[in-house]
Unconditional design. Sequence first.
Length: 286
Amino acid sequence: MNTATTQDTTFLAQLTDLHIREPGRLAYGRIDTAPYLERAVQSVLRLPQLPDAVVITGDLSDFGRAAEYEHLARLLTPLNMPVYLMPGNHDDRDQLRRSFPGHGYLAAGVGSAGFVQYSVRVGALRLLTLDTCVPGESHGALCNERLAWLEQQLEACRGEPVVIAMHHPPFQTLIGHMDEIGLLQGAEALEALVARHPNVERVICGHLHRAIDARFGGTIASTSPAPAHQVCLDLAPDAASAWMLEPPGFRVHAWSARGGRLVTHLAASGTFEGPFPFHDNGALID
């Protein structure tokens, strides 16, 4: 049975790159992503410690259409904790807001462009989201307006453990075709800003459909696997743009007041045998 979050520990689950289509439609003409998301949702709900919240770091849909978001809303219904949505390059900011009117944090936007950026508390953590999307493009960017908002938020929560969430990772992954559509503007400025705020525990990202970690601004920046398809691990400069059905997964970020740091786990999505004990009445099983 799932147990409640302990008093001194906060759990934040991260899903990403769902690429949900309308019912019956296939992403890339080959894969029905909805059953994979259903399995991921059930995997989150089977965690021994239920997350305090779930953040989904972009590419919620495949084309940003109303029918896709309607399907997504139904698929996310079993999650009985706060779910925080963010756009990726496959999403549409305006349609996202229209399709999720009950998600008040999406409503206001930031600046004249209406970026989807917000600050919310998740247990002991402060979650700050950055909108890296460029409408009509696959790559990402952080302009001065978005970075100024982040700086203001970081100044307001000095001393709090902070997780910054964004879609495009702010580092080179060495997967060439993905780096070509990565964060092409603002990465250096973001790194300098993060370095000035040592309370930033993690920068969590999507877009890559893989688990990747890099040192960044005095902390760790990471990406997460997707519930369905993963980008092929090929670090050749001329590697083809391709995906495959590797085992899916998600991230669990756990903040412990006792340890005073954020620990990130990679969790598998699906149903597996176990758990089985290592010991029987204190003795190692032979």
